[in-house]
Design a protein around this ligand. Structure first.
Ligand SMILES: Cc1ncc(COP(=O)(O)O)c(C=O)c1O
Length: 486
């Protein structure tokens, strides 16, 4: 067995079973990796093994502290080499809650770094985590519109981006764009965008939340240095290590020129009553307080595994799977996939968002779960402007008064999509399972409609099926079992 096939079978939760509405107990098909990936077995084992040596990285001299400190340092080096960021020029540091924490931090850093450049340019495609931090911390945000590919909107309009950069030349602090959409999976030409941004004097930030697990990343080292990325953020929980922190990779010279955003233990050389001196050492300077050491170590182990397999290989394998899924979905007449579906014209990674004609997204997601044990996400995926842009015309048929800036709770039922998303562990069997389920749902569409009603929160609820999730796992149940077994 090659190393890819070996690790594909070694994720925690691939054999999780639940009882369905028809009383059968079946294996869950996990198609929600864009929200959070399952845990890689090797990373879990690395963390468990490390726990025997666990100690604070701020302690220095005892054996365990040496192991903790060394491996925590290695985790930073591993990440920099994984994303091909030159360690002479870049540092990497961990932040609290995923990409969101990192992007908020960067928005403040860049605001303070270039206070006379008031504008942040982002796209209409962004997750709220790469939109709202800039709205809050930059003086002004300009959104780049989308363009069509073969009649399907979904891609960044590069001409419009250039026009915005030209119009606001000298005013734009940075362009912040996602590497891969968490809705359509469309891959953005971030290195071309970086070149454009730099040409007009702007810096380039990348939201890499959906990139790192799925395709090779190269932050620096281009023959044309305009293509380098200035700062990059991603989430460990989307990279096969739930519980690991968010990661920021940033040019050191930017961080050195302003006081770190967060202060406390571990980032100072000396503290006196009257003053304190901040260390010049990276990443310590950016990591006040005791970090999430096991999370960082698990993440480094996962990246090491993926690097040994090769990100090109992983990308090719996943592209084949997602193309297969889209080709099969396209054959189902009543399924509409959002965004260009030909990966040769518009490359994609991980996510496919769709709707079934005549069924609300919430109903489809509920039926996929309750009758087929397929876990998907629905609604707007924290990317309201992007989803709205793509479905507005459909929703207007139901609610003609809807427009870009008005939202009423009842729109939620219609304004959304279903997202199937894939990770390293998904196989063509999972794809076929989804396709069969979609075909079956379409045949039984009217029957399923009679089985559900919409509750006051706007969610679909089955007429009689009330899954007992507490039977599956509760913390206190786990502790009861623990005491009984000792
Ligand atoms: C493209 C993108 N950016 C940012 C985020 C936010 O990530 P986190 O929840 O880890 O902060 C997500 C999460 O889905 C995402 O898909």
């Amino acid at each position: 067995m090659d190393s890819l096939s070996k690790i594909q079978k070694d994720f925690i939760g691939l054999n999780t079973k639940y009882t369905l509405a028809n009383g059968e107990k079946t294996r869950r098909i996990y198609l929600d990796s864009t929200a959070s990936t399952l845990m890689m077995g090797a990373a879990n084992d690395a963390i468990k093994s490390f726990y025997h040596h666990y100690a604070n990285t701020h302690s220095l001299l005892h054996f365990s502290a040496k192991i903790s400190t060394n491996e925590y340092r290695f985790a930073h080096e591993r990440i920099l080499s994984f994303v091909q960021a030159d360690p002479n020029d870049y540092t990497c540091f961990f932040t609290g809650s995923g990409t969101t924490a990192g992007m908020n931090r960067l928005a403040r850093v860049f605001r303070d770094y270039r206070p006379h450049h008031p504008i942040a340019v982002i796209s209409l495609m962004e997750h709220h985590s790469n939109d709202l931090p800039h709205r809050k911390h930059a003086k002004k945000v300009v959104h780049v519109p989308l363009t069509n590919h073969g009649g399907e909107p979904g891609c960044i309009n590069m001409d419009a981006l250039e026009e915005i950069l030209r119009k606001h030349s000298g005013q734009v602090n940075y362009v912040a764009m996602t590497g891969v959409s968490n809705v359509t999976g469309i891959i953005n030409p971030i290195y071309d965008i970086a070149e454009l941004a730099h040409t007009y004097g702007a810096l380039m930030l990348v939201d890499g939340a959906q990139m790192v697990a799925h395709l090779p990343v190269k932050i620096s080292g281009y023959e044309n240095p305009l293509r380098n990325i200035d700062a990059f953020v991603f989430s460990g929980h989307k990279t096969y290590v739930p519980g690991s922190p968010g990661v920021v990779i940033c040019r050191k010279d930017i961080l050195s020129s302003i006081e770190p955003e967060e202060v406390g233990g571990g980032m100072v050389d000396r503290v006196f009553v009257e003053k304190y001196t901040i260390t010049e050492t990276f990443p310590d300077r950016e990591e006040a307080g005791t970090p999430n050491i096991p999370g960082a170590i698990g993440l480094a182990a996962a990246l090491e595994v993926m690097d040994r397999i090769g990100m090109e290989t992983i990308f090719e394998e996943e592209t084949e799977l997602i193309s297969d899924a889209m080709e099969k979905m396209k054959l189902i007449h009543d399924v509409h996939i959002y965004g260009e579906t030909d990966c040769n014209i518009c490359p994609r990674a991980a996510s496919i968002s769709f709707n079934i004609a005549g069924m609300d997204h919430g109903l489809v997601a509920a039926v996929l779960n309750d009758y087929y044990n397929i876990a998907v996400r629905n609604e707007c995926f924290c990317a309201h402007p992007y989803v709205q842009e793509m479905i507005l015309e459909d929703v207007m048929i139901e609610y003609p008064e809807i427009n870009d800036n008005v939202y009423k709770p009842e729109y939620k039922i219609k304004a959304g999509m279903v997202r199937a998303s894939f990770g390293l562990y998904n196989t063509t069997k999972d794809v076929d399972f989804l396709i069969n389920a979609l075909n079956d749902i379409i045949v039984k569409r009217e029957l399923y409609k009679t089985k559900y009603s919409i509750n006051e929160d706007g969610n679909y609820v089955h007429e009689s099926f009330r899954p007992n999730m507490e039977r599956e796992f509760t913390i206190s149940g786990f502790v009861d079992d623990y005491f009984q077994s000792r």
